[in-house]
Design a binder for this molecule. Structure first.
Ligand code: C2E
Ligand code: CA
Ligand code: CA
Length: 511
């Protein structure tokens, strides 16, 4: 069955679409959360760097003030200024030692008193700052030296690296913060390194001090964004999963709706996939083609040709049978109209209709439309109404059948003998033909009771002056039996199977 087969085959693609619609909000939301986390970390990193620069500037202010105070004393004998050097160490926060220089040579130190040590001004960043691994007293403790010079005079104040690394550690917390002075840089462990800085791929920021010759670099290691997301966003993630599940559910429901039989059939109708097949009806006496029954086939793009009993019930249920039949009549008219003028007798074209068609007068327009393709008398349109589905006699149906007759349209009761139509019913709707159901025809020569029913139907139709078409004639015996009893028309595989339009036209025109 095409509709259920289609559903089965589409199941895998439905699962894929459902999964995609569930994943889409999760992935999109994940990307947004990722970008948001990245932004937050970048802002945090920048703020950290700004804070570090501010702190270092404040600390260096103390060393700068000490050096400024001492500079005018440079050149005086060490014994005279030694006390002043020590005073600065005591008074100024962060200052661990002070030196006086003459002509780039330290000649007096708060630590050692008189000394003689040549310095290289080029080692100092902008001639001002130098990060050192240690000095003679504490060779393993980092130091930051602030140098001030004027002519031959020079003063230095030295800060303990411990204060600096403390700031790096306290301010940074999860962010890595580094203090860079010239080619040297200090990390939060108080170690001084030389050369390129470590790679900080996340939220990398470098900020220069506006007042002193150093800069601060802050950033995070690889994977920090995900670590941040997993620690900060679990509630948002739960929300995303919820949205994903909802979206998947909605996607699933929408797909189910969009692949419902009626939607699929609506698509097929627009694509003109419902096509007419023609089964010739022959006259009982000469076995000449006197007309044909139009039988619907679904020319499905994937399933191939589909039998009507597999989709007509869906079409009836959804009401699509009405536009489908209209399309079938339209196609039939387009096929036959070009050759209709060659017909010697009016060709009888039977179309199957259902009770639904009789609910309004639209059918009249459809028949009028059909007949307008042909010259008067070249075709005779017959509407087949199955006996199993009786039409309720109402004002509308009476008007409908009256007007149909005025148009010259004939009415046939299909599958006659399987339902329970009364004589009154036959008269009420002005029936022209009875189509004996193929189950009775199949019993010819086999079942005595069925043959009796068949004989009664034939007798009845003669009395009522109705033409009879016998359906499902498959053997010569059946054909002979029916012809012998005066059945006017025969239809069945013995004469021809239902065939596509082109084949029917070729046979009609003798090509
Ligand atoms: P139906 O109106 O009774 O149509 C006759 C069915 O008998 C057709 O089956 C035809 O192919 C089949 N048939 C003809 N000769 C023989 C024969 O010698 N032996 C056997 N075993 N079968 C024979 P089909 O085309 O499969 O149509 C089945 C049913 O679907 C139709 O029964 C009709 O009720 C419905 N149908 C077909 N086309 C339409 C349509 O356009 N509109 C509506 N409402 N129903 C349609
Ligand atoms: Ca029929
Ligand atoms: Ca039938």
């Amino acid at each position: 069955m095409p509709l259920s087969a289609k559903t089965r085959r589409k199941r895998s693609s439905r699962i894929v679409v459902t999964l995609l619609s569930a994943l889409l909000p999760i992935v999109l939301g994940g990307v947004i959360l990722y970008l948001q986390a990245q932004r937050t970390l970048e802002q945090g990193s920048r703020l950290t760097a700004e804070e570090a620069v501010l702190q270092f500037d404040l600390m260096l202010d103390n060393t700068a003030q000490a050096a400024e105070k001492l500079l005018p004393l440079a050149g005086q004998p060490c014994a005279d200024v030694n006390l002043a050097l020590r005073e600065q160490v005591t008074r100024r926060p962060f200052v661990r030692a002070t030196n006086l220089l003459w002509d780039d040579t330290i000649y007096c130190s708060s630590l050692f008193g008189e000394t003689h040590e040549k310095i290289a001004p080029g080692d100092y960043s902008h001639g001002q700052l130098l990060l050192m691994k240690g000095n003679r007293v504490t060779p393993d403790t980092a130091l930051l030296v602030y140098r001030l010079s004027k002519g031959k005079q020079g003063a230095m104040s030295i800060m303990d690296g411990y204060h600096l690394s403390n700031i790096l550690r306290l301010i940074g917390r999860k962010t890595i913060v580094l203090l860079q002075v010239g080619p040297q840089w200090l990390d939060a462990d108080g170690q001084i390194h030389e050369g390129p800085l470590p790679v900080l791929p996340v939220a990398h920021t470098t900020l220069d001090s506006q007042r002193y010759a150093f800069h601060v670099t802050a950033g995070l290691r690889e994977g920090e964004i995900w670590r941040y997301i997993s620690s900060e966003y679990p509630p948002l993630f739960s929300l995303l999963i919820f949205f994903g599940a909802m979206s998947g559910l909605i996607g699933h429901i929408l797909q189910k709706r969009s692949t419902s039989p009626s939607v699929e059939m609506q698509r097929a109708l627009e694509a003109r996939e419902f096509v007419p097949y023609f089964q010739p009806v022959v006259s009982g006496d000469g076995k000449q083609w006197s007309g044909a029954e139009v039988l619907m086939r679904w020319n499905h793009p994937k399933e191939g040709l589909v039998r009507p009993d597999l989709f007509i019930p869906f079409a009836e249920h959804s009401g699509l049978i009405v536009p489908m039949t209209r399309s079938l009549m339209q196609q039939t008219a387009e096929l036959l109209a070009p050759i209709a003028s060659a017909f010697e007798q009016p060709l009888r074209i039977s179309v199957n209709i259902t009770a639904r068609h009789c609910k309004d007068l639209q059918l009249i327009n459809d028949c009028r439309q059909f007949l307008s393709h042909f010259t008067q008398g070249s075709v005779c349109l017959v509407l087949e109404l199955t006996e199993r589905e009786l039409i309720e006699p109402t004002d509308i149906t009476h008007r409908l059948f009256e007007q149909l007759h005025e148009l010259g349209v004939k009415i046939a009761i299909d599958d006659f003998g399987t339902g329970h139509s009364s004589l009154g019913y036959l008269r009420q709707f002005n029936v022209d033909f009875l189509k004996i159901d193929q189950s009775f025809v199949a019993m010819i020569g086999a079942d005595v009771l069925s043959r009796h029913i068949l004989d009664s139907i034939i007798e009845l139709s003669v009395k009522l002056n109705l033409d009879i078409v016998a359906e499902g004639v498959e053997t010569e015996e059946q054909s002979d039996y029916l012809t012998a009893r005066g059945v006017g028309f025969l239809q069945g595989y013995l004469f021809a199977r239902p065939m596509p339009g082109a084949q029917f036209i070729n046979a009609l025109t003798g090509r």
